[in-house]
Design a protein around this ligand. Structure first.
Ligand code: ZN
Length: 472
């Protein structure tokens, strides 16, 4: 039962029910679970591992609710730099299908290392192309190597071009084989217990890459095994046109006919929704993974995050795959979420009589639309935990998982902003974590992963990625 004492933090952000921010804070954990949180003077004086966090801010570990780790192999591909979703996907499908288990391992390690160094401690990964012997087990094994809490999606694509889908026929799988493998992966890896390091999610990829039958059968299977469901939805206007033409329904209404509205479901992006659809997501408990960088990179649109929060929809952050973000930095994503919510205010006129320049919080018509730094930190922590269906992560309190990260405050990047160090983590430039602790174990120290020697991994990753970019 190893113990951990983290002490002397300049400020410790608990995100507990009272949203306390503790001066000279710390915590004591045993076997990966927090036993005490409070001022350092109230904690035990020693432990098996002691971290002195003087001059640092501590935050609960961030939760990433949407990623495709394999895509770190296809960052910045020239042919896909300037496309929106459908043509961008068409550039990538066969490239992704050609990766090998070795590529899955290196890309998962690279993506998780970058995430952990930016303060992320729990990652959901949506893998959905399985060819050349690749299995979701590749990602799960790599996550265990590095020590990140991991929700692995056995995703799927079954609707090829010949059946009216977007992906080429040679990139999709047979539906019976998909469902059989979903059961195998759940049996082999899903851990429903509190404090679990590995969970399994079922994730048919998107409306234009799977059949209605596979969506229905996946939902039945997920309910039978009590695992969560995830897909891309309402990401682009092209997708909306697709479901309107093929099924005569908007995406959310179509999913409702397939038993896909429930508290065990969350959608990636969820940009193009109307007020009624927002209310329906809130009523049924569906969550949203907000991916601002990807949404800007692909010109997909701006998700109505403040409207979701006001309606009671669960919202988490997602960095999305590295073919549409190119970074797996969750602190950067938090900053972009704040900035994008504010850009949205500037683009949309006030609801009442139009008054130019009155966009600030002092205008009662606009006040509720402003995203604050603490709100975005809450989305990144408690929000993500709720989206993934977990009550044991997302805050620092007794009984919660010992998942947190710290950032040095006395740096040039924060100089002049320390009157509010909590807001500085969002407003100032995103920093690397001094420490990232997951399940009571130090995974990052001084901005670098300590559990895996990343030098050879990056070398191998670059060799594999060069092939995909067409440079070798
Ligand atoms: Zn995605």
């Amino acid at each position: 039962m190893p113990t951990l004492l983290a002490k002397n933090a300049t400020v410790l952000v608990t995100m507990d029910d009272g949203r306390r921010e503790l001066a000279d804070g710390g915590l004591f954990a045993r076997d990966g679970i927090i036993e005490q949180v409070g001022p350092t003077s109230t904690l035990p004086s020693t432990a098996d591992r002691v971290l002195d966090l003087s001059g640092q801010i501590v935050l609960p570990g961030f939760v990433n609710t949407h990623h495709h780790l394999d895509q770190t192999l296809t960052r910045n591909i020239p042919a896909a730099q300037d496309n929106n979703l459908f043509p961008w996907l068409k550039v990538h499908y066969r490239v992704w299908a050609s990766r090998t288990p070795e590529g899955s391992r290196t890309s998962t390690l690279v993506g998780l290392a970058e995430l952990a160094a930016s303060g992320c401690t729990t990652v959901f990964d949506h893998a959905y192309v399985f060819k050349n012997g690749c299995r979701v087990d590749d990602q799960i094994a790599a996550a265990k190597e590095i020590g990140v809490r991991f929700h692995a999606c056995r995703g799927s694509m079954s609707l090829g071009e010949s059946k009216g889908g977007l992906p080429p026929d040679d990139c999709v799988e047979e539906e019976q084989a998909i469902l059989k493998d979903c059961v195998r992966v759940i049996d082999a890896h899903h851990d429903a217990k509190r404090g679990a390091m590995t969970r399994v999610v079922l994730g048919p990829c998107s409306p234009f890459s799977v059949s209605t039958e596979l969506l229905k059968e996946s939902a039945k299977l997920a309910r039978a095994y009590k695992v969560s469901l995830h897909t891309h939805l309402c990401e682009t206007m092209d997708e909306e046109r697709y479901t309107l033409e093929r099924y005569q329904l908007r995406p959310v209404a179509w999913m409702a006919t397939l038993d896909w509205m429930g508290s065990d479901v969350w959608f990636a992006h969820a940009i193009h929704v109307d007020d009624e659809e927002i209310r329906e997501m809130a009523r049924t408990g569906v969550g949203a993974a907000h991916c601002p960088c990807s949404n800007m990179r692909l010109a997909s649109g701006i998700a109505p995050i403040k409207q979701y929060l006001a309606a009671g929809v669960k919202v988490g952050l997602g960095v999305d795959g590295s073919a549409s973000n190119d970074a797996s930095n969750i602190l950067l994503e938090a900053r972009q979420a704040l900035l994008l919510a504010r850009l949205r205010i500037g683009l949309l006129p006030p609801a009442g009589p139009r008054k130019y320049f009155l966009l600030s919080q002092s205008d009662p018509l606009r006040a509720s639309e402003w995203m604050t730094a603490r709100e975005v930190l809450e989305i990144a922590t408690r929000g993500g935990a709720a989206v993934l269906g977990r009550d044991d992560i997302g805050s620092l309190a007794p009984g919660k998982c010992a998942d947190f990260f710290s950032i040095d405050l006395n740096t040039v990047d924060y100089a002049g902003a320390l009157h509010d160090p909590v807001a500085a983590t969002v407003f100032c430039a995103p920093q690397k974590a001094r420490y990232t602790v997951i399940n009571g174990r130090v995974v990052v120290e001084n901005g670098k992963v300590t559990t895996v020697d990343m030098g050879p991994v990056v070398e191998q990753h670059n060799r594999l990625a060069a092939k995909y970019a067409g440079t070798k």
